[in-house]
Design a protein around this ligand. Sequence first.
Ligand code: HPA
Length: 269
Amino acid sequence: MLEEIKRTAAFVKERTSDYSPEVGIILGTGLGDFAERIDAKYVLDYKTIPGFPVSTVEGHKGRLIFGEIEGHRVVAMQGRFHYYEGYTMQQVTFPVRVMQQLGIRCLFVSNASGGINPTFRVGDLMVITDHINLMPNPLIGPNLAELGPRFPDMHNCYDKTLIAAATRIAEEEHIKLQYGVYVGGTGPTFETQAEYRYFKAIGGDAAGMSTVPEVIVARHMSIPVFGVSVITNCGLSDEVGDHEDVQRQGKRAGARMETLFRKMIQNLK
Ligand code: HPA
């Protein structure tokens, strides 16, 4: 596993003249447009990267984009891998391992989710303050001791300093933010009404099918994480979940999320 990670990282470094990104970004459902506005220096199709899985879901492009945002070098994943697509958890989290080898110092993640908190509205941005993992843990198996401990701590999983920066920037930019706990399930089904009620009862504010594996692996390697979720539907309402609707709502909220991410990256030391 470690050899494969290193081999892929070496390939990517070679193809990008050792670009050494400071920030890793994972762009979720409908939020891929942001990637088009990165001042790109190198673009690698997942298909061309040895060891990389290939994205299958509609609306997810599979490209690794290297470029500058507000003067900082970033690597952005346009399209991510989901457990429900049939990838193993090692495949789902492989790009995060590779980004760590490339030298990222923090990870920004975004996704779409169904709101469970009754005060949330469709189109809201929720800063992820914590998560509940209802998927298999990506760290099951031999520990990669060179990268992190057998029993990683999950306190402060979502970096408090980055959350405070987001709050300040959102005020300046007049962006409304919600805050809450993201419940990560496997999908691909949207939740039943009883499941949304269960997620609420155990302390969840939004339900989704991604992000948690990547965040666990980033935290295994002590990389600070900032996460934002676009609320694309309200789970406890009578409306049914719909993938197209999720994509549409994701796109609409994309501009606000882009502003938030840009200003936060600008503020990084
Ligand atoms: N549940 C799970 N994942 C989702 C949802 C949802 O309601 N909306 C968008 N992604």
